[in-house]
Ligand binder design. Sequence first.
Ligand code: NAD
Length: 496
Amino acid sequence: GSTTLEFDNAAYRGSISLNTGLFIDGKWVDPVEPDMIDIINPASGKKIAAVSLGSSKDVDIAVKAAQKAYKTTWGLKCPGSQRGKLLTRLADLMERDIDQFTALESLNGGKPFAVAKGVDLAGAISTIRYFGGWADKIHGKTIESNETKLAYTRHEPYGVVGQIIPWNFPILMLSWKAGPALATGNCIVLKPSEMTPLSALKFAELVAEAGFPPGVVNIVNGYGKTVGQAISEHMHISKVAFTGSTLVGRKILEAAARSNLKVVTLELGGKSPTVIFDDCNLDQTLKWAMQAMYLNMGQSCVAGSRMFVQEGIYPEFMEKFTAMVKAFGEATGDPFAPTTMHGPQVSQVQFDRIMSYIASGKESGATVHIGGDRHGTEGYFIQPTIFTDCTPDMKIVKEEIFGPVVAVMKFKTEEEVIEAANATDYGLSACVFSENVGRALRVAHAFESGSVFVNSAQLIECSIPFGGYKASGIGREQGEYALETYTQVKAVHVNT
Ligand code: NAD
C-alpha cells in the first residue's frame, strides 16, 4: 500500500507519498499475514495513516534475503570503497529530502520542526556520511611473534545484523544503527518503533534510489513482541543492536542466550545527573541545563533529570532557571509553528506514564516548583516541570521518567555530590558545570557513566563514542568504536 500526506504550514508545504508496506529484498511487499497499525499525530491524538505490521514470518523472509545479499553482492564480495560510495550517495539523497524527512519526524513524533531539522536530521545525515567515510578504512594488524611466525588480523562483518529502534529519535537512531553496520559490510534487518515508522519508510525509498543491492537493507515494521522478538531469537542473525528500555534490553539478552548466542549491543535508559557548582558560569550553565533536561520533551536517554545545585548558587540559579523554564513552557504548541520550542509527548501511553510519575512526586512530598500538569486539552502535551525538595528515595529521583520532569537537589561538597550522582543503577551520561578546570575534570573522571559533558550537554556527535556504564547498556555506538562492535576479528597464522 501507499499513503499521501499533505502539509500546509509555514515550515513545510507540499505532499509526501510513502510506501506503507515492508521493504524486503529491495521491494515493497505486504506482510505474509496482513495486519496494519494506525499511526497517530501526538499533537492532536488523531490518525495520520495506517502502515503494515510484519510478523516473525516476514523476519524469516528478510533474513533469507539478507543472507543471500551478504554472500553474493555485499559482505566480503563488495569493496569498501563501493560501500562508502553508496552510503555517501544515501547521505546526499537524505540531504536533498531533508525537509520531507523533518516534516515526517515532526508529524509522527511531535518534534518542533526547527529542532528536528537541526538535531535529528542534521545528525542522521552526518552519521551516514561519516560511516561512509570509514567503509574503505577498515583493516586489521600484522603481528610478527618470531622469525618464522607471522599473523595478521582481519576485521570481518558478522553477516546479518538485527537492529531494533525506539521512537524518541527515529531517523537519528536508525542512522546510528545502519551507518556502521553497512560500512563494515553487514546486511541489516531493521525494525523501527511501531509508533514512529514513517521516516524509516522514507529512508527505505532512498536506499533503493541510492542503488544498494537488494537484500542489504530490509525494514520490517512491527511490534516488539512479534518482529522484535523474532529478530532477537533468530538463528541466522549473528548480532543484534537495540536501543530502548532496560526491561526489553534484558529480554533481548535472554533471547540471544537461548538461541544462537548472538552478539548483543544495548543502548538503554538513564537517570543522568547535572551537577552545578557555585563557581560555574551561570548564564552558560542555565542554557545547557535547560537543554540537558528539556530537549525532545525530555524523551532523551541522556536527559539530565537529576539536577544537583550547590547551596551557594542555589537561590540565584533556581530563580533564573525557573524563569527560563516558564518562558520555554509558554512556547508549547503546534510542532510546525515557528515559535514552538516544546511539543507533545509521543503517545497516550507515555503521556499517562509521565503524569503518573508527576502524581507520585507530589505524593512522596516533593514540591512542584513549576509545571506539573498537562498543557491544553488535546494531544499529549505536558508542561515542563520542576520538582524541588526531592530526596534520593523518591521514585521521581530513582526511575527514568522520559518526560519533561526534573528533580532538583541541593548539595554542599564535591565528595557528597559525586556519591549522590553515582547512586543510581544507570550510567549513561552526566554533566558537570564549574569554571575550576581541576574540579570539573576530577568530577568528570569520578562519574560512573559512558559520556560526560563538561560545561555543556547533549552534544552528541557521530565521531564520538556513545554508550552506557552499569544498567545503561553494553557496547559503544558512534565513532571508530562502533566499527569494533560490527566486526569480528579473525587471526590468520602463517608459518614463514
Ligand atoms: P521499548 O523498549 O518497549 O521499545 C523500544 C523498541 O523495542 C521498540 O521498537 C519496540 O517495538 C521494541 N520491543 C519491545 N518489546 C520487545 C521485545 N520483547 N523484543 C524485542 N523488541 C522489543 O520502549 P517503550 O515501551 O516504547 O518505552 C518505555 C521506556 O523505555 C521509556 O519510557 C524510556 O524509559 C525507555 N526508552 C529509552 C530509550 C533510549 O533511547 N534509551 C528509547 C525509548 C524508550
